[in-house]
Design a protein around this ligand. Structure first.
Ligand code: NAD
Ligand code: MG
Length: 397
């Protein structure tokens, strides 16, 4: 029996994780669930899985949850605040930590799990983009097992030779005959939309992803393709891969989840439904396999596959992220911070869709040469970049 902690249990990935775990009560037990402030859903989830612990970032929400659980006669212990989340992420009884908080808020709890040498299932790509080398050094130092949940990285992981899977972070890909990582992306909802109408894109249009059902922030990132940019940086660190050996390929059907191209001409791909419960099941059971509730692929009823290059005018955010990746850690930390501010402003209808790129670009230009190595430096730069991006919001609106 392996004990699982889900950080971000009420989100899209958290709910999918619970759905896979529900099929395997003999293999996994849920030790703890955490969320930001969604009391109702976390309460329902606690009723279902009866975890020993729960935590809410928001203190008032935590109090309400504790009262409701007590009234229902459920003895889940409720913690609160960042300390509560960190305590559960690093709990001595936890074997597997699903890191599925969105954005920088997930960084410290995720690092806490890494520092305890847990098996960390990484969905929270922003944490890795923010801290890159530092994050991977901690994985190595503390002997944590890092398994990618992001479907592209999970696909690449599955297409690597087994001995490389054991220590991706120090893999020498070219010495293993690997020429390139091919990162696929659907192109999002605006693949065909006329460019001159991008200014009028509404929130409802941007979050309506054609293939994937996800949280709001990653849905907007998929529409701008900043998501693929963050994934580019994520792949650079997860697989110790030089930026020059990562290529983004648009594949609107989202059936191939990414590929590895070998120097002998072979290309290995991982295919599946666009349903996160497949990579989640893979990582939960790794190196074994367990069933998931995802329907089998039916090759006689699939759309024809197509592939194209991402147009720079359509997806300028992708190219900002690729530039940041080559510039170094300060640039990626600042770009991630700016993007979180810009996307939140867009979702609050305070910034246009095209404004997201303008905020991100000005912030990247401002912090391009910055270096940040220690956690304190990174957190300080993150705060500085957020403040700058908020200033830019005022200038641009
Ligand atoms: P979501 O918005 O649906 O859920 C986010 C979760 O994080 C919620 O449980 C929320 O309570 C929690 N949370 C938010 N802010 C918090 C805070 N300040 N403190 C503590 N908890 C907080 O997001 P999601 O779509 O599930 O995505 C989660 C992460 O997984 C993101 O980093 C995303 O990029 C990544 N990811 C998601 C998908 C997907 O299909 N949804 C795919 C690949 C990667
Ligand atoms: Mg992805």
């Amino acid at each position: 029996m392996r004990h699982v902690v889900i950080l971000g249990a009420t989100g899209s990935i958290g709910v999918s994780t619970l759905s896979v775990l529900a099929e395997h009560p003999d293999k996994f037990s849920v030790l703890a669930l955490t969320a930001n402030n969604n009391v109702e859903l976390l309460y329902q989830q606690c009723l279902m899985v009866r975890p020993a612990f729960a935590a809410m970032q928001d203190a008032i929400a935590a109090k309400q949850l504790a009262q409701r659980l007590q009234a229902a006669g459920i003895n889940t212990e409720v913690l609160s605040g960042a300390e509560g989340l960190i305590a559960l992420a690093s709990h001595p009884q936890a074997d597997i930590v699903m890191a599925a908080i969105v954005g920088a808020a997930g960084l410290l709890p995720t690092l806490a799990a890494v520092e305890q040498g847990k098996t960390v299932l990484l969905a929270n790509k922003e944490a890795l983009v923010m801290t890159g080398e530092l994050f991977m050094q901690k994985v190595a130092t503390h002997g944590a097992r890092l398994l990618p949940i992001d479907s592209e990285h999970n696909a690449i992981f599955q297409c690597l030779p087994a001995h490389l899977q054991q220590q991706c972070y120090k893999a020498d890909l070219s010495a293993q005959g690997i020429a390139r990582l091919l990162l696929t992306g659907s192109g999002g909802p605006f693949l065909q939309r006329p460019l001159d109408s991008f200014k009028q894109i509404s929130v409802a249009e941007a979050v309506a992803h054609p293939n994937w059902n996800m949280g709001q922030k990653i849905s907007v990132d998929s529409a701008t393709m900043m998501n693929k940019g963050l994934e580019f940086i994520e792949a650079r660190w997860l697989f110790n891969c030089p930026a020059a050996a990562i290529q983004v390929v648009i594949h609107p059907q989202s059936i191939i989840h990414s590929m590895v191209q070998y120097t002998d001409g072979s290309v290995l791909a991982q295919l599946g439904q666009p349903d996160m419960r497949t990579p989640i099941a893979h990582a939960l059971a790794y190196p074994e396999r367990i069933s998931s509730p995802v329907a089998a692929l039916d090759f006689f009823n699939l759309p024809a596959f197509s592939f194209s290059a991402p147009e720079p005018e359509r997806y300028p955010n992708l190219y900002l992220a690729i530039a940041a990746c080559s510039a170094g850690q300060g640039a990626t930390t600042a770009l991630n911070a700016a993007n979180e501010v810009a996307v939140a402003a867009f979702l609050a209808q305070q910034l246009s869709f095209t404004g997201i790129h303008r905020v991100n670009e000005s912030c990247l230009n401002r912090f391009l040469g910055y270096h940040a190595q220690s956690l304190d430096d990174i957190l300080a730069l993150d705060a500085e970049a957020r403040a700058f991006a908020k200033q830019q919001l005022r200038v641009l609106s």
